[in-house]
Design a protein around this ligand. Sequence first.
Ligand code: LLP
Length: 406
Amino acid sequence: MISDATLLTLAGEYGTPLYVYDGDMVVEHFRALSGLIPHPRLRIHYALKANYNPALLALLRDAGACLDAVSPGEVHLALKLGFAKERIIFTANNLTDAEFEEVCSLGVLINIGSLSRLSKTAKRYPGLSICLRFNPDVVDGDNAKTMTGGDLTKFGILMEDLPQVLDIVRAGKLKVVGLHEHTGSGLQHTESVFRSMQNLMKLATPENFPDLKFMDFGGGFKVPYRPDEARVDYVAMGSEIDRLFREFEARYGRELAICFEPGKYMVAECGHLLTRVNTIKKNRTRVIAGCDSGFPQLIRPMLYDAYHQIDNLSNPEGTPAVYDICGNICETGDRFAEQRSMPEVREGDVLAIRNGGAYCFSMGGIYNMRAMPPEVVIASGEAKLVRPRVSNAELADRLLAECGMA
Ligand code: LLP
């Protein structure tokens, strides 16, 4: 755990806003999950969409993690970082033919989630080894925008379409080496994990899919975001997963690998966005703490009404008061927290926005022409600035250069 004192020192050294990731903790989470699901053929494919900082990816590569990639760009990044193509599974949706071709030519296994794409594949690449993504028909997730099961979402092939799937697969002599499902992000009920597994395993008979090498049950493992939120009993969950899968292997008649694709579980708690308060404003009914970051740099509160714990590193013992913690972007919704009680916030104080490791930097942008914050990664106890700050002038130059107007 990075101490708050270390975070304050880093804020002083590199300035704010600043992302800090505890790379050692990321590796620990990877190892912990490997221990919690005690199956000998467990494979953890880290969902790099959650955080693709190359230094973190390199740590996970060295620790033996596999990857879940969702765009050709992510596949290229993974390969360039030295992940073997066999360690990557590519799960995209609404791919163009050109993108499919591109990933196929890189030799990475493609997970197909629609009948349309399956038919095109059977015609264009007869005999190809593929993975198939089914919709588990279980609805769960930490908010409506991150639930991926059920017929209100665009993901996966419906289970009732199995007969068509089998016709296409047989006609194209496709080799289905894996079946996949992903139920949602931040699954609220461990029961959902088991139900989705069971739904997918029901389809996986040796008659339907004789060539299976693995079953992939996606990501979605929840971590606490609120201080009073209970941690999931992952020991109990892991042993139930193991039991269900062993039962399935016995029915299937052969040993298979079991894959998961965690994003949040691996990185959410390992990251902090540090931002400094520069303006305290007392409006009629509200006290507004204005800071030097904004929603393009951490969009989850604005996009999902997500709760992120915010700690005042500079005044942890201050008398609590209630604040709107706002950013520096020209929009009213630019708030990290609304009516949040916390120790007195003063101009100059450094705030740490917690759980800043997953879907924070990676969903960021430069709206209002403010560069994304620099990133520090702590590995083997040592802090390193892996992405330096981009100055305002440099940001403008980059844009002009990209448009050939430099
Ligand atoms: N596998 C697939 C196919 C996925 O679509 C996802 C997430 C994951 C694995 C990893 O899920 P995780 O373990 O991180 O929950 N931006 C949202 C989350 C979107 C998740 C998209 N897919 C958020 O900030 O809550």
